[in-house]
Design a protein around this ligand. Structure first.
Ligand code: ACO
Length: 326
């Protein structure tokens, strides 16, 4: 079976920057607390006329251009998001319409911060089995629309952004070498939006309570995150018969700089091989890993033949890893 590889990447970030000093004006927090506890200095916030799909279309166009493909070449669009434009239809349908990718199938995937890696894994299966040739995977979030700006435990962490990858049959030596996806629903209540769905539909009461906002048990998640990121990284490396010292670049989900540091130490990866942009963009959930990847590709940090390990962890809880050669 033919392996798949990423032919092109692209990202789109809103222009508006929200600094820690801006956050100090909104909630009882400090630049010192946010910096030392999370590593975040600033994050982006979408303008009122932007939506999850408009940012995604922008990012996808750039990825298609790098891949040397047109929207009409796509067979499948997978959109990973937990902040969709609307509950119905999928954000992927809006992306498809915006791109003019008329002859393909599209759907959303909800795995929070692990979503882009889940999307890559699904795309890889479609390409390997010959069901699809060109697949667009978008990781995209407008979490600012789901945040309670009175809740200091969440509003300082998350940011908006979008990034995409276009996959096709591997151009040797590139390709996805190993992938892993996991979910443990027992921890579903660690990060959630309690209302606005079928179990608790929107009402004046749910709005009054702020039930449509993200709630997070950060401390509990922290421990699960470190453990699962280490485990899943080891599993994909083992699957591919690769050791940590062979990795050229490690891109962990940007949840918290302290999580990244803990995982890096446990895996014994040198600091210079670990990518981090959390200081500039915060936690952008599904968009986190593809934004990092696009920054690395466009800045020349990634070179042909490099071994890249990516690992993510998010609500669900979900976690996953992908090892690929660029
Ligand atoms: N400013 C100042 N103080 C704060 C803030 C803030 N912004 N937020 C919380 N605090 C306070 C708390 O109220 C608490 O005060 P108390 O001791 O008086 O009760 C104290 O700081 C410590 O709170 P903790 O929650 O224990 O802080 P912690 O050091 O764990 O940091 C954080 C919180 C940054 C959220 C961390 O737990 C974390 O990063 N967790 C993991 C998040 C994650 O991985 N999420 C999954 C991915 S995201 C996705 O899937 C969409």
């Amino acid at each position: 079976m033919t392996r798949s590889s990423i032919w092109g990447t692209g990202r789109s970030l809103p222009e508006r920057v929200i600094t820690n000093a801006d956050m100090e004006k909104l909630v009882d927090t400090s630049d010192e607390w946010i910096t030392t506890r999370t590593g975040i200095k600033e994050r982006r916030q979408a303008a009122p006329n932007q939506s999850t799909s408009t940012l995604s279309i922008d990012a996808s166009r750039r990825a298609l251009e790098m891949a040397g493909l047109h929207a009409k070449d796509l067979d499948l669009i997978i959109c990973s998001t937990i902040s969709p434009d609307q509950p119905l239809p999928s954000t992927a349908a809006f992306i498809q319409r915006g791109l003019g990718a008329s002859a393909c199938c599209s759907f959303d995937l909800a795995a929070a911060c692990s979503g882009f890696l889940f999307g890559l894994t699904v795309a890889d299966q479609f390409i390997k089995t010959g069901q699809a040739r060109h697949v667009l995977v978008v990781g995209t979030e407008l979490l600012s629309r789901y945040l309670d700006y009175n809740d200091r435990a969440t509003c300082v962490i998350f940011g908006d952004g979008s990034a995409a990858g276009v996959l096709g049959p591997a151009r040797e030596p590139a390709g996805i070498l190993a992938a892993e996806m996991h979910t443990e629903g027992a921890f579903a209540d660690h990060l959630f939006i309690p209302a606005g769905g079928a179990a608790r539909p929107a009402s004046c009461e749910t709005v009054r309570e702020g039930g449509h906002y993200i709630k997070m048990r950060g401390n509990e998640l922290f421990k699960v995150a470190v453990r699962s990121l280490e485990e899943v990284s080891r599993r994909v490396l083992e699957k591919a018969g690769v050791t940590t010292d062979q990795i050229d670049l490690f891109i962990p989900h940007q949840a918290n700089q302290r999580i990244t540091d803990a995982v890096r130490e446990r895996l014994d990866v040198p600091e210079e091989k670990v990518y981090s942009n959390i200081a500039r963009v915060g936690n952008t959930s599904s968009a986190s890993i593809p934004i990092c990847l696009d920054e690395c590709v466009r800045s020349g940090r990634v070179k042909k033949g490099d071994l890249i390990l990516m690992a993510a962890f998010g609500a669900g809880v979900t976690w996953g890893g992908v090892l690929m050669r660029w």
